[in-house]
Design a protein around this ligand. Sequence first.
Ligand code: ZN
Length: 354
Amino acid sequence: MRNRRTFLKSALFATAGTLMAGRAINALAQTRREVSIGGQRSPVVDIHAHCVWPSVADIIAGTPLDGVNFPAAWAMGPDRIEIMDMRGIDIQALSVNSYWWYAADRNLAARIVGEHDQQLAAWCAQHPDRFVALSSIALQFPDLAAEQLEFAVNELGARGASIGGHVEGEVPSSPRFDPFWAKAEELDVPVFIHPAGAPNVVQDDGLRGRGDLGNIIGNPLETTYFLTNMIFDGTLDRFPNLKICGAHAGGYLPSYLGRTEVACEVRGNANCANQKLPSEYLKDQIFIDSMIFSEEGLRHLVAEVGASQVVYGSDIPFNWPDTIDLIVDAPTLSNADKIAILGGNLIDLLRIDA
Ligand SMILES: [Zn+2]
């Protein structure tokens, strides 16, 4: 239920987001919020944190990818830590999103990802108590992506990978992508999936109309399609120790899980390759971020997947309502569940010293 209190919080954060975009946040008070549950300090770790590294513009200059936009609000600087302090976020797992380099050739993709990873590593080294990195590998070349992930994790200290919901239109659940999934499983690091409006699902500008539907419907749709393919194609069975994390509360999959659950049974043409019920993957290999925005939504999400599978996500620098207080105030969660969702699950998953 959206009450006045949450509205005020949203309004406050919308203001903060606007200020952040304008680089004027220094005017705000700089006290660091520290979240506690039942009198115990509860670290907040954020799986869903965007960044850009404009230095990559030098690498793509004169190539077919020249002209990529690097929004100022996504760039890293002191104001990122200030907004984290204000909201009570202790640690962000940073990732470069949009995945525009999935269109790059092998050599160019290697240089782009290399630059991103070096910049991420340098930033995290400067702020080791506040940030860890996810490597946004070149998934169009699964063998290269595996090499990149191994290097990022073993040599640069990255804690996992970040990928889009499709690679130039193809969901990466087919065996062609297995070299990457095998490496993520071998390294025992999670893969965060972030969509971009479901252009692989909705063709010919199908999500037009008021409300920015490409974002509002398209993003959860792309994540739903991705996670469902990873289940029904048997990808999660081929790599039973692989762990993936869906942005935006896992899209629509947890909302209407019952239909997915019986698909292989009731649809004679379903051609399912999965060995377990879809709900079982959601209680084990699939993690979901907390961007659900309502008390009832959070209750239902935890009821479907369990508190062990939900992790805090902010989507900074975008000005979605924050969910820390939604979790802190949730009447249906135990203190242990709250601590796990706010940060405990990610401390384990990302191997954070806390
Ligand atoms: Zn996002």
